[in-house]
Design a protein around this ligand. Structure first.
Ligand SMILES: [Zn+2]
Length: 269
């Protein structure tokens, strides 16, 4: 059997910026918990049926950026923690997680002193849920902290139902994780307080098939943001507990990134 393939590539250079906010720690300001979400989207393209040329990116990922801002506002309203918080709006996620890759290579805080990275991308405004998920690598003590913090708020953890999609390697936490930083790629739950899993998963799959990476990913007054508020508080709890502690979350035995983190741990001593 033979196969002939021909394809053309184009090369261009352009410039964009990550945007970083800092909330310095009281006692160990050189150590950080990083929260992030990508601010870029696809731009403009051929008009859709309604004539709209703009890819608004309202859920993917203005929603995630809005949650990071609200988490920052919440953490700034609490008594100052010992460690610092860094809030990053990453650029160039959609063209291959370039902004977060750049940031992981040129970090504000050394990765050995970054206790955790918590990323939000595409946070569905579908209302309060009994559950939540983490689509990053979950074989960490950081994930155990997330599960415990959720339980304290009466919520339970649902594993990534589609590991074959490899989301653990496809979004902005990944450049940090592969360099050893324990990650959370938070996902809202689909087991809704009002309507259960049947309604939640139907809403998410409808959006994925009709609006994901299309012009119709735009804001709607129908959005129910009550679940996003719950999720923001949960993630603020996790980061705050970590910032108030001397804990360094670790990878569990067998994870491929554990050895990198172990070297960071040694370097930190
Ligand atoms: Zn995204």
């Amino acid at each position: 059997m033979t196969l002939a393939v021909r394809f053309e590539t184009a090369h261009s250079q352009s410039q964009s910026n990550n945007v970083v906010g800092l909330l310095p720690g009281r006692k160990h300001a050189d150590e950080a918990i990083v929260y992030g979400a990508h601010w870029d989207h696809i731009g403009t393209g051929a008009p859709d049926a309604s004539g709209d040329r703009i890819y608004h990116g309202a859920i993917d990922n203005a929603s995630g950026v809005a949650m990071v801002l609200e988490i920052a506002r919440n953490l700034a309203s609490r008594p100052r923690a010992d460690r610092s918080f860094e809030f990053v709006a990453f650029t160039l996620e959609e063209v291959g997680i370039l902004g977060s890759e750049y940031h992981a290579v040129n970090p504000v805080f050394p990765l050995a002193k970054t206790a955790a990275v918590i990323v939000l991308d595409g946070t569905f405004p579908i209302g309060q849920a009994h559950d939540f998920s983490n689509w990053a690598q979950t074989d960490t003590t950081l994930n155990d902290m997330l599960v415990a913090a959720g339980a304290r708020r009466g919520r339970h953890f649902t594993p990534d139902a589609h590991p074959e999609q490899a989301f653990a390697f496809r979004t902005d936490h990944s450049p940090f994780a592969k360099r050893g930083v324990p990650p959370i790629f938070f996902q809202p739950g689909q087991d809704l307080v009002d309507g259960g899993l049947a309604k939640g998963s139907a809403l998410v799959s409808t959006w994925l098939t009709q609006c994901y990476r299309r012009q119709c990913d735009r804001y709607s007054p129908d959005w129910n943001l009550s679940g996003n508020a719950d999720d923001a508080l949960l993630l603020a709890d996790v980061g705050y507990a970590l910032a108030a502690s001397r804990l360094w979350p670790v990878w569990k035995p067998g994870n491929e990134f554990g050895i990198i983190r172990a070297n960071s741990d040694a370097a930190r001593q």
